[in-house]
Design a protein around this ligand. Structure first.
Ligand SMILES: [Zn+2]
Ligand SMILES: [Zn+2]
Length: 137
């Protein structure tokens, strides 16, 4: 049987889409030149205080408080402005993890701040979603 040009073309489109998807996924989850993506990939030395399949926790290299840790998503999400409906769980998980880290650092009773900085005007320096835990004063 002879394949019609139309069928041939649609198969081609389908294949290229299959090829495109995994590339897009990689670019989305690990952005080049993103400091946090590099830390998460292990390209820059930084001891993790905690890590699992969706989050990593490490100390801020320029601490603004005696206890200053960052709760960071493995997925590259640019800022809270880029959060989607599907990200609800991860945001909740970040806050619960921050609470646990506060306990580990013995600041539960004394109190602490949880800060999401949003874009430059909100003090965001690294454009990869993270939650600051600040305390120990
Ligand atoms: Zn990143
Ligand atoms: Zn920050």
């Amino acid at each position: 049987m002879k394949t019609s040009p139309l069928t041939y073309r649609s198969v081609n489109i389908k294949n290229s889409r299959l090829f495109f998807n995994p590339c897009h996924q990689t670019l989305y989850s690990l952005e080049e030149n993103c400091t946090f993506c590099k830390i998460i990939k292990g390209e820059e030395s930084s001891g993790f205080l905690y890590q699992d399949e969706s989050l990593v926790v490490f100390k801020d290299i320029r601490p603004h408080a005696p206890v200053h840790v960052l709760i960071v998503t493995r997925e590259h999400i640019r800022s809270p402005n880029d959060l989607k409906d599907k990200d609800k769980d991860i945001v909740l998980k970040m806050i619960v993890k921050a609470k646990e880290m506060a306990k580990e650092h013995s600041v539960t009773a004394s109190g602490y701040g949880l800060v999401f900085d949003v874009e430059r005007g909100g003090g965001q320096i690294i454009f990869h979603l993270h939650l600051h835990l600040l305390g120990g004063w």
